[in-house]
Design a protein around this ligand. Structure first.
Ligand code: UTP
Length: 799
């Protein structure tokens, strides 16, 4: 894979991953614009001088007057803050020469320094891949641009991996830190060995990932093999202690028998006092596998050191082996890890409710082991292939498996990378995570009941949760045991969104306009933002603008929170009714943020659910900063305001209050609302709902003529909902008959963001719809839907 430095655009200071990407970049508008501005700046610089040693009392006029004597001055730019220097731009380069030829320049009795103005590249700084960003394995602008220019998704996956993976130098640095620690520990424990495990050496590590280390106190008879990403056949480190001299117990520090906290304390002390360049050393004795955490200044690495964690060393070896076994494994794991990171599904900082990268990698591996895919053998199959080899038992678990690539590679079925990526989402979209166990040991997804029946004695200790992923070696360990329900919902929702995105035209083919496409739809941070920038439908529904029956009012009199909760719920149900019943969308709801399904009739929000516990500072800032937050009833297509509905066009929608409720509550929400006249306060429960609604027909086209006819029928005269429903039926029938209705993607999918916002003392609901796939149809739909929805809502009475 080409090194990113090989293809560097000097003008934009941007590294690209291939010659082709470079060519594409040079043709692009962005590059040409930068080139144009650069040239202009160069010319300007040649006509300018830098004047230093000024004092605050000097004015722009004084400086201009002085240099006008040398030649025609175009403009003077004065250092605004301190008036220490100025840039003087002349009309021609000749005047610059004259100014530079003059040895002494005295302004107001003070000698000033004059030199040629230096020229600096225009975009250099901004475009330099930010070290900070890159070190955490994020996709920076340059990477995105490079991937966009590639030919297909498979190339993009390889490109992403090339950009993110650890270089051999990165891996070597990690081994150096290891050796440094090992030499310190061996002072106390002659047979101690420090070895890396996890992403530093399993070949799936991204730049800047943590360094997981294991301290083996009695290291005799250890032998582990890890590989680096770029030198797959080359064993970088072989920890082979077989030939160590006889172990003399009296020479060692026996910390193995101590309890975890004492052990941690000793390790912390040794590291703190004897390892140079370490900071923030602290022990976490209560973790499932106790660790000591510290940062190492020289290498910039964050390190976790655990003790005698041989299972981790062995499973690292297993993952590294799978990566070597088939060339598709690593790029697939990189792509899915990046997707999960961007979607905030995986990668905890410390203990957390997201999937660990280890668990996520096992999800990918199990998928590849499945009978239908069979790119990789199961661990069981690897064990069977090792019948004659050495047995490896760790902590009572059979960790024997064949590590000879030649013995097992032949079983792999052929499959392309892009197919496997799409297949991953398609497969997991069908899995009910809470009812099944993902078993890389067997290469299967097994229903919990069956898993429990088949489980061996020790395996029975496996604790089922909302996500169940069995460790391939330590069979009683659910590696996703930390994951909470919210994360599982998010995982399931995002898998479905990814699946839909993978089906879109934009996934399989670039539109030639260098927009985001293919893999970038899944792994770029804020992908939905970029789609949103192009097309977003955004509706605001004000509480005070809705009509309420007296029964509603009296039910909630004195209970503002309860009223709003029910109102939100009813608006959501209304929204669903309009899409599903009136417009005949095929709707499927996923609540991505793990909160309750707002559309569920049986799931009435409770009083507590809408109670503001604090005015959320960060959210508040977010909302205030969010320029896309509509300030009027409706905002579409990057800011253009469409509002043709006279019934809802007045500004009272936003400023409508909740005055029908005589507020007697002393809850925070009331206080916040009363006291807030200009700020934006969000109720807890900002929802991101993947509301996948699909339609085969653009039923918003050609409605008017049918409506004109149907509205004459008495049954529709006073029932606008029945009328619109009938219109949809007519339109769909007509479009069905017509066959090709020029509906490009054949289906349209939307994602709904729901925000409850208090603004200027009033409550409103912001419904933001984003296309999940093609945006062309969505755009015309949003144009139609804004008025349509609000018009129907104005006919609705909340009960
Ligand atoms: P991580 O989840 O941190 O994976 O577990 P990673 O591949 O190193 O990814 P990042 O980049 O640091 O996030 C690190 C290692 O810890 C062991 C595995 O060896 C894994 O590779 N581990 C983790 C377990 O043995 N069991 C677990 O449940 C989790």
């Amino acid at each position: 894979m080409a090194s990113s430095n090989k293809f560097l655009c000097d003008v934009c200071n941007l590294s690209l991953i291939s010659e082709k990407a470079m060519e594409e970049h040079l043709k692009g508008k962005k590059h040409q614009k930068v080139e144009e501005v650069t040239k202009m700046r160069q010319i300007q610089a040649k006509k300018s001088i830098f004047v230093g040693n000024l004092v605050k009392s000097m004015s722009e006029i004084e400086i201009t007057d002085y240099f006008m004597k040398v030649g025609s001055v175009e403009r003077v730019i004065l250092d605004k803050e301190k008036h220490r220097y100025a840039i003087v731009e002349f009309q021609s380069e000749e005047v610059v020469e004259q100014a530079l030829a003059t040895k002494k320049h005295i302004i107001g009795g003070r000698k000033v320094n004059v030199k040629q103005r230096e020229w600096k590249p225009v975009m250099g700084k901004q475009k330099q891949p930010s070290k900070k960003k890159n070190t955490r394995g994020q996709v920076d602008e340059g990477v995105v641009e490079s991937l966009v220019a590639l030919d297909n998704v498979t190339e993009q996956m390889h490109g992403l991996m090339a950009q993110l993976q650890l270089s051999p130098d990165d891996v070597n640095l990690r081994y150096l830190v290891c050796r440094l620690l090992q030499s310190v520990f061996q002072e106390f424990m002659p047979y101690a060995a420090v070895a890396p495990y996890g992403s530093s050496v399993n070949s799936y590590g991204v730049k800047g990932c943590d360094l997981d280390l294991n301290l083996t106190i009695d290291s005799r008879n250890l032998m582990y093999e890890f590989s680096t990403p770029d030198a797959e056949d080359e064993i970088v480190e072989k920890i082979d202690k077989k030939n160590l001299k006889d172990f003399d117990e009296s020479e060692t520090m026996d910390i193995d028998d101590n309890d975890d906290s004492v052990t941690m304390e000793i390790i912390c002390k040794i590291i703190r006092q004897l390892v140079p360049g370490v900071k923030h050393v602290r022990g976490i004795p209560l973790a499932r596998k106790p660790v000591v955490k510290f940062s190492h200044s020289q290498s910039g690495l964050l390190c976790d050191i655990s003790i005698n964690n041989r299972l981790a060393l062995r499973n690292t070896e297993l993952l590294a082996f799978y990566g070597k076994l088939n060339a598709v494994v690593r790029p697939l794991v990189f792509a899915i890890r990046q997707w999960a990171k961007v979607k905030q599904i995986a990668g905890n900082v410390g203990a957390g409710p997201k999937l660990t990268n280890y668990a996520l990698t096992l999800l990918v591996i199990t998928y590849l082991q499945m009978e239908e895919v069979k790119v990789l053998p199961s661990v069981k199959e690897l064990q069977a292939a090792n019948e004659d080899g050495d047995e490896c038992i760790i902590d009572g678990w059979n960790c024997t498996f064949n590590c000879d690539v030649n013995n097992v590679a032949s079983i792999a079925k052929e499959n392309s990378l892009d197919n496997l990526l799409v297949g991953f989402y398609k497969f997991y979209a069908t899995v009910d995570f809470s009812r099944n166990v993902i078993c890389p040991r067997k290469g299967k997804i097994i229903p919990i009941e069956m898993f429990q029946t088949e489980a061996g004695e020790k395996e029975k200790e496996f604790k089922c949760g909302c996500l169940n992923v069995q460790d391939p070696l330590e069979l009683s360990h659910n590696v996703a045991g930390n994951v909470n329900e919210k994360t599982v919902k998010r995982l399931a929702g995002e898998i479905k969104v990814a699946q839909v995105r993978c089906q879109s035209k934009r996934f399989s083919k670039s539109d030639g306009e260098r927009k985001l496409w293919g893999l970038m739809l899944l792994v770029k941070e804020g992908t939905s933002d970029s789609l949103k920038a192009e097309v977003t439908g955004c509706l605001e529904v004000g509480f005070g603008n809705c009509t309420f029956l007296d029964s509603f009012k009296s039910r909630w009199d004195g209970n503002q929170n309860g009223a709003i909760a029910e109102w939100v719920h009813q608006v959501m149900l209304f929204y669903k009714t309009v899409l599903q019943d009136v417009l005949k969308f095929d709707c499927h709801v996923e609540s991505l943020d793990g909160k309750e399904d707002m559309f569920d009739m049986n799931n009435q929000p409770t009083f507590e659910e809408v109670e503001v516990t604090s005015s959320n500072g960060s959210l508040k800032r977010h909302l205030e900063d969010d320029s896309s937050l509509p300030t009027k009833k409706l905002k579409m297509d990057g800011g253009e305001v469409h509002n043709e509905n006279p019934q809802t066009s007045d500004t009272s929608l936003c400023s409508a209050d909740v005055s029908f409720i005589s507020s007697t509550d002393s809850h925070a929400i009331d206080m916040d609302v009363q006291s807030s006249t200009s700020s934006v306060i969000s109720l807890p429960g900002e929802h991101l709902i993947t509301y996948i609604c699909k339609t085969k027909f653009p039923m918003w086209i050609g409605r008017r003529k049918h409506k004109r006819v149907l509205m004459k029928a008495p049954e529709y005269k006073s029932n606008v909902f029945a009328l619109e429903r009938a219109v949809t039926t007519k339109v769909v029938k007509e479009q069905e008959l017509m066959g090709d209705v020029n509906f490009k993607s054949g289906s349209m999918s939307l994602q709904l963001h729901l925000r409850k916002v208090f603004e200027d003392g009033s409550c409103k609901l912001v419904l933001k719809m984003e296309p999940v796939t093609e945006e062309i149809e969505c755009k015309s739909f949003f144009h139609f839907f804004d008025n349509f929805f609000l018009k129907l809502l104005s006919e609705h009475t909340f009960q």
